[in-house]
Design a protein around this ligand. Structure first.
Ligand SMILES: Cc1cc2nc3c(=O)[nH]c(=O)nc-3n(C[C@H](O)[C@H](O)[C@H](O)COP(=O)(O)OP(=O)(O)OC[C@H]3O[C@@H](n4cnc5c(N)ncnc54)[C@H](O)[C@@H]3O)c2cc1C
Ligand SMILES: NC(=O)c1ccc[n+]([C@@H]2O[C@H](COP(=O)([O-])OP(=O)(O)OC[C@H]3O[C@@H](n4cnc5c(N)ncnc54)[C@H](O)[C@@H]3O)[C@@H](O)[C@H]2O)c1
Length: 466
């Protein structure tokens, strides 16, 4: 057993995903002696198994979907989708799952990188076990930052654990498209990748336990996605309770409560994420096995540690449970960097968290849904307009113009909004600003919206409210 190394840097960042990498780099830029630790790849889930490779697949599939809209609009198009170039682009984007460039970028800024698994072993102490069994005990002088993200969660369905099912990681690494794919979970991962793989030539079935797809968003978004995915050929099933999974002769079979059976060559489990608090030493923070996230205050300081710890401890990103998005991890990194460096500035606010599901149509949403606003007892007023009724929707043509803008108001400001449609995620930008900055509805109503854009539908919905 190699000897234990003891060190006292200024700061230790556990987890170098989008949140940790950004934060650690900025602390190093400020002249701190920072040790960044990751057991996998610097960059985390987003560039290697998440946002970027999944959107590369979506981009290819969108091209196929758009080409299929040519008949009746611009002549003849015969599309023969091929998966090989998609898999190749994924390999280029991930450097074949090699993080040398990212590690060099961090060390180039003055940071030190340790590859290994880190845990909190005492207040103010982090122990890292390297792949070579070398143990490093770090007692930083100024800060510990937990940025360990999340991992795929699988439901406790009998039989599932014994099968070679896929999570997003295996699917993203696939070199070939199977003939058929079953997906458990009709959330962001299941729908983005399900639609993309169907368009690329795989027969996809989505099985969702809840009553609608994209259950945390407006019901209109779920209904729209059921329609467009079904039109693409995806077999969509909601309100289904999977009671068992079998794997025999290279085929997966789902056995469901109402007697339905679904089978396919591959199975993707996309039923949400879990935070492995046990692995990072959550007990040292006083968190029991029932904890679902690390509680943080408005400066991302871990709740309950101030005064009792010899050093400050912060948490950012998925591990805080405030929204599993790269933009959330980076937003929180900024607040935490300012807190660690004593720079002050605005605290974290969560009233305008944007989300975009990159299906075709894209579903952009910000702030509260109508149901959430009503549950909070707000004075809710809503307005909704269909894109097909707009000039741009008409120009676009009926094959591909599905979408809507829905606004949720409380008094004279918007507290939530959805923009679903072509470029729905881009239209969301102005709605995010309106909700975040609490722009009065009267001000929005006095705005000139360029003609004929998709975002002009926001003006139509605002006029209805005003
Ligand atoms: C398929 C998919 C698509 C997605 N698409 C989008 C999208 O389009 N837009 C968007 O905003 N978000 C998207 N996300 C979510 C996004 O990837 C995450 O929210 C984001 O990566 C979280 O960043 P993070 O820094 O909190 O953690 P992570 O990216 O999870 O990084 C955490 C890091 O910590 C390391 N780690 C964990 N435990 C330890 C330990 N004990 N010791 C050492 N290292 C450890 C891990 O190896 C990892 O590198 C997607 C996710 C998936 C799965
Ligand atoms: N575009 C994006 O920003 C993007 C894309 C992908 C993922 N992500 C992030 O990653 C997270 C994880 O994505 P996800 O799709 O795995 O989770 P999710 O929470 O978005 O959706 C999971 C779905 O699985 C369903 N489900 C749970 N248990 C089930 C069961 N036993 N049988 C059938 N259905 C079941 C849930 O009802 C839910 O609809 C997302 O919440 C999101 O924060 C973001």
């Amino acid at each position: 057993m190699p000897a234990t190394v003891r060190e006292t840097p200024d700061a230790v960042v556990i987890g170098m995903g989008p949140g940790g990498e950004d934060l650690a780099g900025r602390l190093a830029d400020a002249g701190l002696d920072v040790v960044g630790v990751d057991e996998r790849l610097v960059g985390g889930e987003c560039p290697y198994w998440g946002c970027i490779p999944s959107k590369i697949m979506v981009r290819s599939a969108d091209l196929v979907g758009e080409a299929r809209r040519i008949p009746g609009m611009a002549g003849i198009a015969r599309v023969h989708p091929e998966f090989r170039p998609v898999a190749r682009r994924v390999r280029q984007a991930t450097d074949d799952w090699n993080d040398k460039v990212a590690v060099d970028r961090f060390t180039g800024r003055g940071g030190r990188f340790l590859r290994g698994t880190a845990r909190l072993t005492a207040p103010g102490e982090v122990t890292v076990l390297g792949a070579d069994e070398r143990e490093t005990v770090l007692r930083p002088r100024q800060a510990i930052v937990l940025a360990t993200g999340s991992e795929p969660a699988a439901p406790p369905v009998p039989g599932l654990a014994a099968t070679p099912y896929w999570t997003n990681r295996e699917l993203i690494e696939a070199e070939e498209l199977p003939e058929s794919l079953l997906i458990i979970g009709g959330g962001a991962i299941g729908l983005e990748l399900g639609q993309a793989w169907q368009r690329l030539g795989c027969a996809v079935t989505v099985v969702e336990a809840g009553p609608q797809l994209l259950g945390r968003e407006e019901p209109e978004s779920g209904d729209l996605l059921t329609q467009v995915l079904s039109a693409d050929g995806v077999s969509v099933h909601t309100g289904v309770e999977v009671q068992g999974v079998e794997y025999r002769d290279g085929r997966f079979q789902l056995l469901c409560k109402r007697g339905e059976r679904f089978s396919a060559d591959r199975l993707l489990v996309a039923t949400g994420r879990r935070i492995a608090l046990d692995r990072i030493g959550g007990g040292v923070l006083g968190l029991g096995s029932e904890a679902r996230a690390v509680p943080v205050d408005e400066r991302l300081r871990v709740v309950g540690t101030q005064g009792s710890w010899p050093v400050g401890i912060w948490a950012i990103g998925d591990v805080t449970g405030k929204g599993a998005f790269t933009h959330m991890a980076m937003y929180q990194a900024d607040v935490a960097v300012r807190a660690i460096l004593g720079q002050g500035g605005a605290p974290a606010r969560y009233h305008a968290v944007p989300r975009v599901t990159f299906t075709d149509p894209e579903i952009g949403a910000v702030g509260l849904t109508e149901a959430q606003a009503r549950a909070e007892g707000r004075r809710v007023r809503t307005a909704q307009t269909e894109l097909s009724a707009s000039s741009r929707g008409y120009i676009h043509g009926s094959n591909g113009n599905a979408g809507f803008v829905k606004l949720v108001a409380d008094g004279d400001t918007l507290v939530g909004a959805t923009s679903a449609g072509p470029s729905g995620g881009e239209v969301l930008g102005l709605l995010s600003l309106a909700v975040s900055a609490r722009i009065p509805i009267a001000e929005l109503a006095a705005t000139i919206w360029a003609y004929p854009t998709f975002h002009r539908a926001v003006g139509t919905a605002v006029a209805e409210l005003a």
